[in-house]
Write a protein that binds this ligand. Structure first.
Ligand code: URA
Length: 282
């Protein structure tokens, strides 16, 4: 399926003042809407600061977290990969942070400042998956807090989502493929992805989101087990463990290639339509 020929039409979500404000922030538009909506958008309060962990169960630690101990001890390297995977597959939300901070399964465990588990609501219907923490995320212990994070917040606001929201429909849970920062912001190495993926898989299993939005090549390829480029993966509904997955460009790519913002807007609308077209369960 060509990138710009999705299986469903891209219908923008209902235009609220907030949507108008963020679509303009994305550099898109003009949008032709009622004057009152534009006026509301101009006078509305600014969005919440990015990087706010909102769910007490997963709220990432303050910059210098006290080392915590998972309730169950992680298997040692000598006990093997299967034991480690089984341990991670049983983690509960409140054990995640300690388990990730204790992880030394790959070399990133010794170069990071801290593991960045994720943020948002554990009741969110949307899960956003990025690549790996950068320098600022490593410092703050929160995903997507740098410039790419601000753009991500703009993208989410444009479709009525907010990392600070608590109600499942507007909330998101944001996580990365890698929980630890690759030094110098290099690409994740295959062994690092292999060691870290069980954490993301467990987060997905616990969250059971209605949709996963995979941002960038590493998120999309890791979840879908594909080598296809983003351009081929966009515009289709894929599935991970029965959960719909929509693929788009990573916000950091978008910062370097703003010309692709219109494509991302289409992807976001596609994702929103996909959520609305799948029946809500549970
Ligand atoms: N890029 C990512 O993929 N994740 C982050 O948390 C920050 C930047």
């Amino acid at each position: 399926m060509p990138a710009d020929s999705p299986t469903r039409p891209h219908t923008p979500p209902r235009l609220t003042a907030q949507t108008v404000r963020w679509v303009h922030a994305l550099g898109l538009g003009p949008l032709y809407v009622r004057r009152s909506v534009v006026q509301q958008a101009q006078t509305a309060a600014p969005p919440p600061a990015p990087g706010v962990a909102t769910d007490p169960a997963v709220a990432a630690p303050a910059p210098a977290p006290a080392p915590a101990t998972p309730r169950r001890a992680a298997p040692s390297a000598a006990e093997g990969a299967d034991a480690r995977a089984a341990f991670i597959a049983r983690l509960q939300w409140d054990e995640f942070d300690a388990a990730a901070q204790a992880c030394r399964a790959c070399k990133l465990g010794s170069t990071r400042q801290q593991a960045v588990v994720g943020c948002g609501s554990t009741r969110a219907q949307w899960m956003i998956v990025g690549e790996a923490p950068g320098a600022e995320e490593d410092r703050q212990g929160q995903p997507f807090v740098g410039a790419a994070g601000q753009l991500l917040d703009a993208m989410l606001h444009a479709i009525g989502l907010d990392r600070a929201a608590q109600d499942p429909q507007h909330a998101v849970f944001i996580a990365n493929v890698l929980k630890c920062r690759p030094p110098g912001n290099r690409n994740p190495a295959p062994d690092e992805v292999a060691q870290c993926l069980p954490f993301l898989q467990r987060q997905i299993a616990l969250l059971q989101p209605r949709l996963i939005l995979a941002l960038g090549r590493f998120a999309a390829q890791s979840l879908l087990g594909s080598n296809a480029p983003i351009s081929q993966l966009r515009g289709q509904v894929h599935h991970y463990a029965g959960i719909p997955v929509v693929v788009s460009y990573h916000p950091a790519y978008l910062l370097r290639n703003p010309v692709d913002k219109a494509r991302v807007w289409r992807d976001l609308c596609f994702a929103r339509n996909t959520v609305e077209s799948f029946p809500e369960t549970g």
